[in-house]
Design a protein around this ligand. Structure first.
Ligand SMILES: CC(C)(COP(=O)(O)OP(=O)(O)OC[C@H]1O[C@@H](n2cnc3c(N)ncnc32)[C@H](O)[C@@H]1OP(=O)(O)O)[C@@H](O)C(=O)NCCC(=O)NCCS
Length: 162
């Protein structure tokens, strides 16, 4: 898979974990990416539970502006809760890089299986997930308030394999 590098010159990428010190930044990103953004307080509750991990991307030593991903951790699986790239930074491969690296990190920690749910009309997110190996495994008709369907995707070894 060829990934368009977000920056010129091939500066190195590094995945960094987001922590409590990043809550205000994450809440601002939520507001720029989602119609129903999570507040600082909600994010604090999730992070405080210890079952949610957040990632951002360092590009050439600087935090990539406006990109984050949040996962719920289960003993041997994870669920992608949110991924967002601020509008002015989209279409440059940042989400592909961030999510690809986060999935690699989580798989290395024993969470090869990742689940997620996405609106059926979210073409950008669906393209992103399918590029990174997620397979469509289910549909909830009329799940969202505006009656749009929710699609469930799964990535990782098939059940019963190996
Ligand atoms: C989904 C999102 C994270 C993608 O971020 P991004 O950095 O622009 O993604 P990338 O540049 O890595 O592109 C990933 C793929 O999506 C494709 N894509 C981007 N915008 C698209 C669109 N509007 N329609 C269809 N495909 C699109 C890209 O072309 C790319 O595929 P390709 O490499 O085969 O061309 C970003 O659009 C976003 O933050 N959206 C709002 C929040 C959201 O909906 N999050 C997902 C649900 S939690």
């Amino acid at each position: 898979m060829s990934v368009r590098r977000p920056e010129a010159g091939g500066a190195p990428f590094e995945l960094i974990e987001a922590g409590l010190q990043d809550l205000a930044t994450l809440a601002a990103l939520e507001r720029s990416c989602f119609d129903s953004p999570w507040s600082v307080e909600e994010l604090a509750t999730y992070f405080g539970s210890g079952a949610v991990v957040g990632f951002r991307l360092l590009v050439g030593g600087a935090v990539a502006p406006g990109a984050y991903a949040l996962f719920q951790l289960l003993p041997d699986e994870c669920e992608l809760l949110r991924i967002g790239v601020e509008p002015g930074e989209r279409g440059r491969g940042i989400a592909t890089e961030l999510l690809g690296r986060a999935l690699e990190r989580l798989a290395g920690e024993g969470r090869e299986v990742c689940h997620l749910e996405v609106r059926a009309d979210n073409a950008a997110a669906r393209t992103l997930y399918e590029r990174l190996g997620f397979r469509l495994v289910g549909r909830r008709r009329g799940y969202y308030a505006d009656r749009e369907d929710a699609l469930r995707y799964r990535r990782g070894p098939r059940r019963g394999a190996g």
